[in-house]
Structure formats: structure tokens, C-alpha cells
Design a protein around this ligand. Structure first.
Ligand code: PBG
Length: 331
């Protein structure tokens, strides 16, 4: 009989930093990170966001400084959230968003990659992600899709590198792809928020963008965002968006939905972006502030787990720290 050596040790691979580095099954790179940016037309000075340490809502001029600082840290890819001063129910004016993109591109050109979030929640007086019917009881799909595809072409004309629809209506990816291609913008990519759940964890973001639903009609986003109870819908919606022309699929929130990332990975060859959302980020910051976790190590642990689950791209409010933190990451 074969001689067995007891104990069967696995601990040799954990013995020191060198061997832990050599045998790591996931490796992080700051090159996979996207930094969200907020820019608000209604403010004259940048302002802090409740709960989001080190994140500011910029004005159209301070945003250039924010981007310059980020580039110095190695963060060159951004997800832009423009917040217009005026809220309406329809006939929206997208000129603030387009002017911001134009000025970013004039200043930084190809040194930066700008994905523009595409949604109406910061434009609408009721805070929903699309056009509602008269008594605000329903979101009207086709009207919303029409407005979004016009908005998308304006963002592309202004110089956006990628369009990131976060509204969760049906058919928007095909409509946006068709409108972009018709104008010759066939190289502008689409990053679809394809698995975006109705979540409690968007709180700090909604504060930053003044985009919480506020109407006596539809009280929440459950009729268009995914139910946390239904992973099959998340996979089906993502594969539907892939068929319609999405280049990158997204899971959001991410740390609480790693099962969705892992499952989606088995069904697609498209890159998957994991959005570590505002509430998830703020939870770590709140623990760190109380001295209950090490801030950097906690973010790194989440990023590692997201990568292990199958994320190719990470959207994090700490993307600007990724290079520094990963470089000195001790494992
Ligand atoms: C807009 C949108 C939201 C987020 C990104 N795009 C909020 C929402 O759906 O209410 C959340 C991002 C975050 O919390 O960091 N549709």
C-alpha cells in the first residue's frame, strides 16, 4: 500500500510573502479600475458627499483638477455622472453633460477614457430613471428608450468613449447601438448596467445626484430594476443586453452579488464590470472610521474577492488609490 505522509500539508504555500505572491490565483491591476466622477451644474464650489470619504461632487471647472490629480495616481478611466440644475418631466436639456465631456476631452484628449452614465434619474423632477405616465404610476418604456438613445448620440458627439446605460428599460441597448452606428459612432462602446438590482446600497449616490424617487406614484424602482430574489432574471437580462450589442456587462451592487458575477461568467465571454456601489464603499469607510477595519486592506480584500468571482473590471470610488494600494499590497 502507498505510504501516506500525515499531516497532508497545504501550509507550505502560505509560508511567506514570496510564496503567497508566486502562487496567487488572482492578481490585481489598477489598469482594470474605473473611477466614478460627479459633476453638478447647480453648485459653485465642489462639495463632499455624506458617507463617501474622499469623494466630491465637482463643478464643471473643479472636475478638471480632480481628473488631473487622478491621472497622476494612475487612474485614467472614468464613469461620469452629470447632474443638471433643472429637473423636469420630459424635454430634457443635455447640454450641461455634453459641455462637461467636451471640456474634459479638450483638456485631456486620449489620456483619459470617459464612460458617461446614461440615465434620467438626475434629470427628472420625480427622481425616476425614465418618463412616467400622467399619474406617475408607470414608467413608459418606449418613450424612455427614445429619449435615452437621443441622449446617447449627443454624448458620443461630445466625445464620450463609452455609453453606460443604467436605467434598466427593455430594448435600450439595441436602440442606442442603432443610433450610434447610424451616425458613424460604431467604435463607441456600450457598458450596460445589465444586472442592476433594486438595492438599499445606492443611498450616498442618490444624495450626491439628488436622484431618489420622490412621487406619490411609483415609490421605488422595483418595476424596472432587478429583484434580489431573482438571479435568473439577472443572467437573462445580461445575455439579452449582450445580444443587443452590449460590449461590457455589469453587475451592481457587486460585493453582495458575487454569486451573480460568478454565474454570469459561466454564460458569457464578454468582460464583466463589478460596480462596488456607494453604500458598499461607505460601509467600509464607516468601519474604518471607527477603527474596526484597516481601510486599505478592506478595500483590497473586496477587490480581490470580486476578481476571484470573475470580474474583469472594477468600478470603485477608491479607483484613484488602486495603484498605490495594490503596489504595496502585502499578502
Ligand atoms: C442611476 C444610478 C444609480 C447608481 C448608478 N446609476 C442609482 C440608482 O439606481 O438609484 C448607483 C451607484 C452607487 O450607488 O454608487 N440610475
Amino acid at each position: 500500500m502507498e505510504k501516506l505522509f500525515y499531516p497532508i500539508t497545504q501550509r507550505r504555500l502560505r509560508a511567506d510573502t514570496h510564496i503567497r505572491e508566486l502562487t496567487a490565483s488572482v492578481k490585481l491591476s489598477h489598469k482594470s479600475f474605473i473611477q466614478p466622477l460627479f459633476v453638478d451644474e447647480a453648485i459653485n464650489e465642489s462639495r463632499v458627499v455624506n458617507g463617501l470619504k474622499d469623494v466630491e461632487v465637482d463643478t464643471s471647472s473643479t472636475i478638471l483638477n480632480t481628473i488631473e490629480k487622478s491621472i497622476k495616481t494612475g487612474a485614467t478611466k472614468f464613469l461620469l455622472f452629470p447632474v443638471p440644475a433643472k429637473k423636469k418631466e420630459n424635454n430634457f436639456d443635455f447640454s450641461f453633460a455634453t459641455s462637461v465631456i467636451r471640456s474634459i476631452k479638450e483638456n485631456f484628449g486620449e489620456a483619459v477614457w470617459i464612460a458617461s452614465d446614461l440615465c434620467l434619474c438626475s434629470y427628472t423632477s420625480h427622481g425616476h430613471c425614465g418618463i412616467l405616465n400622467d399619474d406617475h404610476s408607470k414608467l413608459i418604456n418606449h418613450k424612455t428608450v427614445d429619449v435615452l438613445s437621443k441622449y446617447a448620440t449627443q454624448l458620443a458627439i461630445a466625445g464620450a468613449d463609452c455609453i453606460a446605460p443604467s436605467d434598466m428599460t427593455d430594448g435600450r441597448i439595441a436602440a442606442i447601438r442603432t443610433s450610434l452606428d447610424a451616425l458613424g459612432y460604431d467604435t463607441i462602446s456600450i457598458m450596460s448596467y445589465s444586472a442592476k438590482f433594486s438595492s438599499q446600497f445606492y443611498g450616498p449616490f442618490r444624495d450626491a445626484c439628488h436622484s431618489a424617487p420622490n412621487t406619490n406614484g411609483l415609490k421605488n424602482r422595483k418595476t424596472y430594476q432587478l429583484s434580489p430574489l431573482n438571479i435568473n432574471d439577472a443572467i437573462a437580462s445580461s445575455l439579452r443586453d449582450e445580444k443587443e450589442g452590449a460590449d461590457i456587462l455589469m453587475v451592481k451592487p457587486s460585493a453582495l452579488y458575487m454569486d451573480v458575477i460568478a454565474k454570469l461568467k459561466q454564460h458569457t465571454l464578454k468582460p464583466i464590470a463589478a460596480y462596488h456601489v456607494s453604500g458598499e464603499y461607505a460601509a467600509i469607510e464607516a468601519l474604518a472610521e471607527k477603527g474596526l477595519v484597516n481601510r486599505e486592506a478592506a478595500h483590497l480584500e473586496v477587490w480581490t474577492a470580486l476578481t476571484r468571482a470573475g470580474a474583469d473590471i472594477i468600478i470603485s470610488y477608491a479607483a484613484k488609490n488602486a495603484k498605490e494600494w495594490i503596489d504595496k499590497m502585502g499578502y
